[in-house]
Design a binder for this molecule. Structure first.
Ligand SMILES: Cc1cc2nc3c(=O)[nH]c(=O)nc-3n(C[C@H](O)[C@H](O)[C@H](O)COP(=O)(O)OP(=O)(O)OC[C@H]3O[C@@H](n4cnc5c(N)ncnc54)[C@H](O)[C@@H]3O)c2cc1C
Length: 469
């Protein structure tokens, strides 16, 4: 496999994967991967407009981008198989989660434009404008339907088909086997779908289930409707009390929403910056440099022992920048103005003493808010070197995250780089809202010729901001 882009996503034979990626995995990244895999598959003769068809498994933003590109632009017969009843299920219920395709390009130029692809760059199969997740899905479903019509029969979308394995024939054609329901057990696609076999398959099944569970407790999923920006977090307590466990982008996004009741870090940042825009040009240059150094080092790591020194350094450097911002009285005031009037008591529980790999914008805005809350209330926000061990609803029978819960934590020795950290239990405390943002389980990919393929994650990558051709 010579093509570098195909090669880093290659599973086996002509089967490629966007699911086992460690980083980056934003919606926009998956769209770029979907489109580029098709471009390179076409360029390398794996698919064509005659007899080499494309199979896409998973109708998320990545899979649908791949399928539309192939069928509409290259006239390749394409089938999308999706286990759920419709496309884009990940974001369909995200009524309270505001996404923006370019906000985390911060502090690069154009990070506040809010649209993808950016003006002046080639069109993408799906248009991605900033907004709440469920609105995006409504637009994308219309675009998928329009593409199916304009592809004149070349694009076939089959929801309710869960692929369990890929099979490769002796002449290197790929077929797929689907799960029992609603199809008879063991039945293969050949018996009910057109086309029968494929020159290339792209496994776009997403990054697997999110880890929002502790013991029997299950917090809200990232892409679900939540009450974080509601008055008193949607509870009857005033002030409400909350625990957020995690130190990555999911945890920081929710911390920022909870501290400000604003929808995005971008909104908070722009409001603070407006108090003294010229000051921020220096800060943004420094952040750009830090983020670049972090990204380069992160891409060649893979284990906690590689990441810890880097993330620890990033945390300290960004802390210094936040202190510089807050040394300016006008900016400090602007940060304080961002805190909501019904400010809850928030405990951010982190496994180590630094944030995880996260976007520069979330990192800076979270640190500014943490410092402002601590000054205003005298209470510490971050509980470092702790892990959540159990969460139990005070009223038996309900584990909904808006009910009061007893929260148990362990104090951890050493740092996250140490595989043999000890844990010492703390006394349980009661809070109103518990949010667990512990990333996702490793993606499980369907078997290929009976062999499970992807317990080994694909490498961390750096990706372009947009496509150029
Ligand atoms: C906590 C957290 C926070 C995040 N924050 C952001 C953010 O702020 N901004 C952002 O852009 N991204 C964010 N992401 C990442 C984003 O959610 C995903 O990267 C994106 O949804 C992936 O798109 P996709 O098309 O690859 O997969 P998905 O959208 O997950 O789609 C995969 C599809 O495959 C289907 N499928 C799965 N298995 C099978 C099978 N065997 N057969 C058939 N179909 C199957 C699924 O039903 C699903 O429809 C976050 C992720 C997490 C976990």
């Amino acid at each position: 496999m010579v093509d570098p882009f195909l090669s880093i996503h290659h599973l086996r034979d002509n089967i490629f994967d966007t699911a086992g990626i460690q980083y980056p995995i934003s919606i926009r990244d998956q769209m770029i991967r979907g489109r580029k895999l098709v471009d390179r598959g076409f360029e390398n003769g794996l698919i064509n407009d005659k007899d080499k068809n494309l199979l896409v498994v998973g109708a998320g933003a990545g899979g649908v981008s791949a399928a539309i590109r192939a069928a509409v632009d290259f006239k390749v017969k394409t089938v999308i198989l999706e286990r759920e009843v419709d496309a884009f299920v990940a974001q369909a219920q995200a009524f309270t989660r505001y996404v923006d395709p370019v906000q985390y390009d911060f502090p690069r130029d154009g990070w506040d434009a809010g649209c993808f692809p950016p003006l002046g760059t080639p069109p993408m199969p799906l248009t991605y404008l900033k907004g709440f997740g469920n609105f995006l899905v409504a637009d994308w479903r219309k675009e998928l339907n329009a593409a199916i019509r304009s592809a004149n029969g070349l694009l076939h979308f089959s929801p309710s088909h869960k692929v369990t394995s890929y099979n490769v024939t002796s002449d290197k054609k790929i077929q797929a086997t689907v799960a029992p329901a609603p199809i008879t057990k063991g039945q293969t696609m050949q018996s009910f779908l057109w086309p029968l076999d494929f020159g290339m398959a792209i496994n776009c099944v997403g990054i697997a289930a999110e880890r929002t569970n502790i013991a029997k407790y299950s917090g809200p999923n990232f892409w679900s409707r939540d009450s974080i920006t509601d008055l008193h977090l949607g509870t009857s307590s005033s002030p409400a009390t909350a625990v957020i466990s995690g130190a990555g982008d999911g945890a920081l996004q929710d911390f920022i929403r909870m501290a400000t009741s604003r929808d995005t870090a971008k909104e908070v940042y722009l409001a603070i910056k407006s108090a003294d825009p010229s000051f921020f040009s220096t800060i943004e240059m420094k952040l750009y440099s830090l983020d670049d150094q972090c990204q380069r080092a992160y891409a060649i790591g893979g284990e906690k022992r590689h990441d810890h020194p880097l993330l620890d350094w990033m945390h300290k450097q960004t802390n210094e920048l936040a202190d510089n911002v807050l040394a300016d009285p006008a900016l400090k005031n602007a940060v304080k103005q961002m805190l909501r009037s019904d400010l809850p008591t928030i405990d951010l529980i982190m496994e180590c003493d630094h944030f995880d790999r996260c976007y520069a914008l979330n990192r800076l805005v979270a640190l500014l808010l943490i410092k402002a809350i601590e000054e205003k209330t005298g209470q510490t926000v971050i509980t470092p070197n702790h892990s959540l061990s159990d969460v139990q609803c005070v009223a038996p029978g309900s584990n909904h995250f808006k009910h009061r819960h007893d929260v148990k934590t362990n104090q951890r020795s050493g740092t996250c780089a140490d595989p043999n950290r000890s844990s010492t239990p703390n006394v349980a405390k009661q809070v109103d809202v518990v949010i667990v943002r512990h990333g996702a389980y490793a993606a499980t990919t369907a078997t290929i010729q009976g062999t499970p393929t992807s317990t080994r994650p694909l490498a961390r990558q750096t990706l372009p901001y947009h496509v150029n051709d």
